[in-house]
Ligand binder design. Structure first.
Ligand code: ADP
Ligand code: ZN
Length: 735
């Protein structure tokens, strides 16, 4: 007996092994096996096929051990991974290893705890008075504040918000400040538990659901386009309830869980124990247990991040990709793949319905719907017809007085005034800037030398509170010196970051309670949840931060959102720069005016006329998308072409030599059909001392790119100059 094995290593292709008679019964498709590989005596591999004839001329070795009684991967998943291997040009074993929770890669067996019912947590009515007494128990305090802000919620939501909060929850329960109770879900029978009761759908929601339901049982892909708060999640929940009523399973992919804990709570409240969660906030053992529950059919709905696209949901009928435009669905390190695109492939393999939801659909998805490949469903209004906030643009060019060379103030008088008014009215403010630190660049006044990272080709960011210069690419730090190390001249900083915005806000509204939310201010998911909880409890007036403030909670108290600089992403050398800017501005604008008071948004920009900025200000996705698609078509970028990025890394001379050798090998395969951009040094030319070169291939079809890959494979396998080569199909990052 023979098996085809994908070995968990950076090698393309699969290997054939013999199965000793003693193991013949145990070996199953999708199971892990231990095999001798190369010079190592044991490597982990995955059974992906059963060849009938051995490959010629090779001495076959024996499978050493079968590691799973129940294979973690179903036959359909093996098929999906083989598809991904071909399309994304990645080693199948690496993909399989990346797909599994870490616990499973090392340990034998797949037993997990069996849970019953849904646990709900609620703060005791008198607990608000106890918050102050918990000043030294930070974790307990944060959890209690969160519960006071959110009311009665599934413990699952707390777990998503505070991945390490279990002990604190126990302590609060023992002190009588929090009650934890279990409710038995009745969702299984198609009935819904009272606490997670489904609302009656609006006409638009009902129409969307009817279309989706009508497609059940066969493969179909829908684009569900609806602004935030239009009820998309409710449509997902209903579609899944219908699938469950028919005994089928569902998979829901979300961009991240820690910043949007309410979502997992909503799924648990509605479907109880049938939901398995897969995200990085869980320990390896916990993810392992969730995987096993899905595999055994104890859980029938999986809610997870990117890698959950490979989760073993049984009898899959519905796949949801929420916020389908988000870049985090693209895996860029290691074996690269796009979970949203794989969702469509998986839907096809499993005859499932795929729902791609977004307020700002990616142009790829929009174009697919225009070509009739995806069916478009629209939810045109917010649930309670609450208006979208008024957006005002502040033209930063006008703030510069003639003849004056100094930079304009980064908080315009208009924005400063609005902050004062809002805080005075007892309402809340979110200020967004997509740059961490105090100053993004430090320059010597005398010799002009910039503070740069010695290992990466980027400038260092000044973090004033810590007194350091930090490389945002590799994390290296050095002490901030006010004198230039080269000439002794005085150094000054330019380019504003969130730390400086926070300082400016404290000067504008000295009495206000201000906090910052970015990776420097909050080290962990727990810290993040704590800050968000304080904001939700209205213990804070102003929240300053990076993208982290654009997601997360629904804060009814926020009536002003300020975008300090809309242009940070616009100038990047990336054909998606405008699209990302539009998405980000739309998302952050959507934070304002979610309560009973109307909201307003003030966007500061040097490019008020730029399509991405102007259309975000008028909430006009259609005009933005139409203009942007026309531009992409004219310039030949996706969705009107396909891209293959070849990323080369090595020594300065090695990387260059490898890139040039690859270019040489590619030329005969271009055949006038494929455009080769480069070879050229990457936009960030050096990271951690390694030089990076890129080649970008652009073609009308993926087949033409596979031909180019075929011509490059031999060189890529043994690149000259000791460099390493990675293929990235449908690349997302252009840096
Ligand atoms: P989205 O996913 O588009 O942001 P949600 O599904 O989260 O929208 O809906 C926004 C809010 O409106 C949520 O609080 C949700 O519970 C509520 N909601 C959704 N649909 C309905 C409905 N048909 N009736 C009443 N409330 C609804
Ligand atoms: Zn660096």
């Amino acid at each position: 007996m023979l098996v085809e094995v994908a070995v968990a290593a950076a090698v393309r292709g699969t290997f054939t092994y013999r199965v000793p008679a003693a193991l013949a019964e145990e070996v199953k498709l999708g199971a892990r096996v231990a095999v001798p590989f190369g010079r190592s005596r044991r490597a982990t591999g995955y059974v992906v096929g059963f060849p009938t004839a051995p490959p010629g001329g090779l001495e076959l070795r024996d499978v050493a051990e079968v590691l799973d009684a129940v294979p973690p991967f179903t036959a359909k998943l093996v098929e999906l991974i083989r598809w991904a291997e071909e399309y994304y040009l990645v080693p199948p074993g690496e993909l399989l290893r990346a797909a599994l929770p870490p616990g499973l890669n090392t340990r034998k067996g797949t037993q997990g705890p069996v849970r019953r019912g849904v646990e709900y947590a609620e703060a005791d009515p008198g607990a608000a008075a106890a918050v102050a007494t918990l000043s030294r128990a930070r974790a307990q305090r944060a959890l209690l504040e969160y519960l006071l802000a959110r009311g009665r919620i599934p413990v699952e939501e707390l777990r998503a918000a505070f991945p390490r909060g279990r002990a604190a929850l126990g302590a609060l329960a023992r002190r009588g400040l929090v009650r934890v109770e279990t409710e038995t879900p009745v969702a299984r029978a198609g009935l819904l538990p009272a606490s997670g009761a489904a609302p009656r759908l609006t006409a638009a929601q009902a129409a969307a659901l009817a279309e989706i339901e009508g497609a059940f049982g066969a493969f179909a892909t829908f684009l569900l386009h609806g602004i935030t708060g239009s009820g998309k999640t409710e449509v997902y929940l209903h579609a899944i309830a219908r699938a469950r009523a028919a005994g089928k399973g569902a998979l829901v992919l979300v961009p991240e869980i820690a910043l949007t804990p309410q979502l997992s709570g909503r799924f648990r409240a509605r479907f109880g124990d049938e939901v398995a969660l897969l995200h990085s906030g869980l320990s390896g053992a916990e993810r392992h247990a969730e995987w096993a529950r899905l595999r055994k059919g104890d859980a029938r709905i999986c809610v997870g991040v990117r890698s959950a696209i490979f989760a073993p949901v049984q009898d899959l009928a519905v796949i949801v990709v929420d916020e389908e435009h988000e870049g985090s669905f693209k895996q860029e390190d290691g074996p690269s793949y796009h979970a949203r695109d794989l969702a469509v492939v998986r839907g096809k393999l499993e005859d499932a319905v795929v729902i791609l939801g977004s307020a700002t659909p990616s142009l790829e998805t929009l174009e697919n719907s225009r070509r009739g490949r995806y069916r478009r469903l629209e939810l045109p209004a917010r649930i309670d017809d609450r208006p979208l906030p008024e957006v005002e643009l502040v033209d930063l060019r006008r703030l510069r007085r003639p003849g004056q060379a100094t930079a304009p103030p980064f908080v315009s008088p208009r924005l400063a005034e609005a902050i004062e008014e809002t805080v005075a009215a007892g309402q809340q403010v979110i200020l967004f800037l997509n740059r961490r630190g105090y100053e993004t660049l430090v320059v010597c006044e005398a010799c002009g030398a910039e503070a740069r990272c010695t290992e990466c080709s980027v400038s260092l960011t000044h973090h004033a509170r810590r007194g350091i210069l930090l490389c945002h690419t590799c994390g290296r730090t050095e002490r901030m010196e006010t004198r230039c190390p080269a000439c002794g001249g005085v150094r000054f900083g330019v380019g504003v970051g969130t730390e400086q915005v926070e300082e400016a806000v404290r000067a504008i509204v000295p009495a206000a309670r201000v906090a910052r939310l970015d990776r420097d201010a909050v080290g962990s998911a727990d810290d993040t949840a704590a800050v968000l909880a304080r904001f939700a409890r209205r213990d804070l007036d102003v929240l300053v931060g990076t993208q982290m403030v654009t997601k997360g909670h629904d804060f009814p108290g926020v009536t002003l959102v300020g975008v300090v600089l809309a242009d940070t992403a616009l100038a990047l050398p990336d054909f998606r720069a405008a699209e990302r800017t539009f998405q980000l501005l739309t998302q952050v604008a959507g934070r304002a005016g979610r309560g009973s008071e109307a909201g307003r948004v003030i966007v500061q920009t040097f490019n008020p006329g730029m399509r991405a900025v102007a259309c975000a200000a008028t909430h006009d996705y259609a005009t933005f998308a139409e203009g942007e698609l026309a531009e992409r078509r004219r310039l030949g970028w996706p969705p009107f072409s396909r891209l293959l990025a070849v990323r080369v890394e090595g020594s300065a001379t090695g990387a260059r030599r490898a890139a040039e050798t690859l270019a040489h090998a590619a030329r005969p395969a271009l055949r006038g059909e494929v455009a080769m951009l480069g070879p050229a040094p990457a936009a960030i030319e050096r990271i951690r001392g390694r030089t990076r070169w890129h080649l970008l291939f652009r073609a009308p079809t993926p087949q033409a790119l596979f031909r180019v890959h075929g011509a490059l494979a031999a060189v890529a396998h043994h690149p000259p100059g000791g460099a390493s080569v990675r293929f990235d199909v449908d690349p997302y990052s252009m840096m």
